[in-house]
Design a protein. Structure first.
Length: 220
């Protein structure tokens, strides 16, 4: 028997219409955001990293009800935001992956690979390209009627455009807020080419994802 509001447009009705697996993914992300702010080591800046994720979680039932995606695509997006949430807890520049690596293996990652800075932000930018191409391509194929190849190209261009816009946002931020706050949020760590490298990592991730989708389609 159908629930009275199952066909409605209220927020709760949209929430109830989501597949159980997607609800579980959203719930896991919500718990991760809460956990990331328990005993927050950087209370002045880290919460700003989580505000977009919280807004997205609140809007997710309406967005996913209006623009349906497969469980695989929602999993990819959830994976990206989980990485972002982890990085946001430590303001990206202070993710203690060397400490974690030493605890597990006795060796640190920076020393092993000769890294002079904390490169977790590069990982997240790469994951943006890698994990967003599939969902965006599915979105435009399903809701805009694009062909598979056109959708892959559109997703690749989307990653490049969003990456550039984000770097412009960071540049504008440096001019509008205190220099210390901007430096902590942007996480350049003294690298004058940080913006270009971040965009490059996102584009490389998008290229890998796009080629994988292209080859999978050719085999199919």
């Amino acid at each position: 028997m159908q629930r009275p509001d199952a066909g409605g447009t209220s927020y709760l009705a949209r929430h109830r219409r989501l597949p159980h697996r997607q609800l579980a993914m959203l719930g896991a992300l919500a718990l991760a955001v809460i956990a990331a702010n328990i005993r927050q080591p950087f209370p002045e800046i880290a919460p700003l990293q989580h505000i977009p994720t919280v807004i997205l979680l609140l809007a997710a039932p309406m967005l996913l009800d209006r623009f349906r995606l497969s469980d695989r695509s929602v999993l990819a997006l959830t994976g990206f935001f989980l990485l972002h949430t982890l990085a946001g807890r430590y303001t990206y520049s202070n993710v203690p992956y060397d400490d974690w690596a030493r605890a597990l293996t006795g060796h640190d990652i920076s020393g092993t690979f000769g890294m002079a800075r904390n490169d977790f932000d590069r990982v997240v930018h790469f994951s943006f390209g890698l994990l967003w191409v599939g969902p965006f391509a599915e979105l435009v194929r399903r809701h805009a009627g694009m062909s598979r190849k056109a959708a892959i190209w559109m997703a690749f261009l989307f990653v490049g455009a969003v990456s550039a816009l984000y770097e412009i946002f960071e540049w504008l931020l440096t001019m509008m807020v205190a220099s210390d706050l901007a430096a902590d949020y942007n996480g350049q760590q003294g690298d004058p080419w940080d913006s270009q490298k971040d965009m490059a990592m996102a584009i490389v991730g998008a290229a890998i994802a796009g080629m994988w989708l292209w080859r999978r389609g050719e085999r199919g």
